[in-house]
Design a protein around this ligand. Structure first.
Ligand code: GLN
Length: 222
C-alpha cells in the first residue's frame, strides 16, 4: 500500500515561530490533504534527536535575536544531517531567523555574533541604518510573490555562483538594501525573509509541495 503520510520536521517550533510562520506548514498540510496525503509534523526542539532523512520536508521559521542565540547553541548537532540533506537536493524552507542560521553567522545590533550552521556561504550583519519592515513584492521563477518582512539582519552571499537569489525585488528590501534581491535558492533549499506567511502565495506553495512529493516518493521506496 502506498505510504501517504508526509513527514515534516519543524525545527524549534516552540522558539522560532514569529509573524505566523507556522502558517507555511499549515498551508502545505491543506494542499497535501487535497492530494490525499496526511501530514505528520514533528517539533524538533532543544536536545531532540533528529535525522533529516526521516523527513520529506524541513521547516525552520523566523525568530527574535534572543531565541536565535538559544537555538544556535543546540544547532551544531544537526549540521551533518542537514548538510547532507540540503546537498542531496531535498526540500527545506528557512524563513528569516531560520534562513539566517543556515549561513555562517549573524552579527546582531547588540554586537553579538550568532554562529550559524555554516552550510551555505552567506552571512548576515546588522548595520546602523535601519530595521527592514514592511510589505514586499518580488518576482520568482514561479511568478510574483507578495509578503511581509521584519528583520534587522542584512544578508550577503559569499559565493555568488553557488547561491541564487529567490527573487528580484519590486517593493521592499529583501536580503539587504543594496542588492534588490530577495532570499536564496540552492538546490531545493529556499531561504527567505518573507512572512505573511510566504506560502499564502499559492504558486510557491504548490512548487514546494511538488518538491516534497518527489522526495517522498524516493524516500519511501528506497
Ligand atoms: N532576529 C532576526 C533579525 O532581526 C530575524 C528576525 C525574524 O526572524 N523575524 O534580523
Amino acid at each position: 500500500m502506498a505510504d501517504t503520510t508526509i513527514k515534516i520536521a519543524y525545527l524549534y517550533e516552540d522558539l522560532m515561530n514569529t509573524y505566523g510562520d507556522s502558517g507555511d506548514v499549515k498551508i502545505l498540510r491543506f494542499f497535501l490533504k487535497k492530494e490525499g496525503y496526511t501530514t505528520q509534523i514533528d517539533n524538533v526542539s532543544l536536545g531532540d534527536p533528529f535525522n533529516a532523512f526521516d523527513y520529506d520536508f524541513v521547516f525552520f521559521g523566523g525568530g527574535q535575536d534572543f531565541e536565535q542565540t538559544v537555538v544556535a547553541k543546540d544547532l551544531p548537532r544537526h549540521k551533518e544531517t542537514l548538510t547532507e540533506y540540503i546537498n542531496a537536493g531535498h526540500p527545506m524552507l528557512g524563513v528569516c531567523g531560520g534562513y539566517q542560521l543556515v549561513g555562517t553567522y549573524y552579527k546582531t545590533n547588540s554586537g553579538i555574533t550568532i554562529k550559524g550552521l555554516g552550510i551555505l556561504p552567506f552571512h548576515t550583519v546588522f548595520k546602523a541604518d535601519k530595521r527592514m519592515i514592511g510589505n514586499t513584492h518580488y518576482t520568482t521563477q514561479w511568478g510574483e510573490v507578495r509578503a511581509f518582512e521584519n528583520h534587522s539582519g542584512q544578508t550577503y552571499f559569499d559565493d555568488q555562483e553557488m547561491l541564487q537569489p529567490l527573487g528580484d525585488m519590486i517593493e521592499g528590501y529583501g536580503n539587504n538594501p543594496q542588492d534588490k534581491k530577495e532570499g536564496l535558492r540552492y538546490r531545493n533549499f529556499i531561504g527567505t525573509y518573507s512572512h505573511g506567511p510566504l506560502l499564502r502565495n499559492i504558486n510557491v506553495a504548490k512548487a514546494i509541495m511538488q518538491m516534497i512529493l518527489e522526495w517522498h516518493e524516493k524516500r519511501v521506496t528506497a
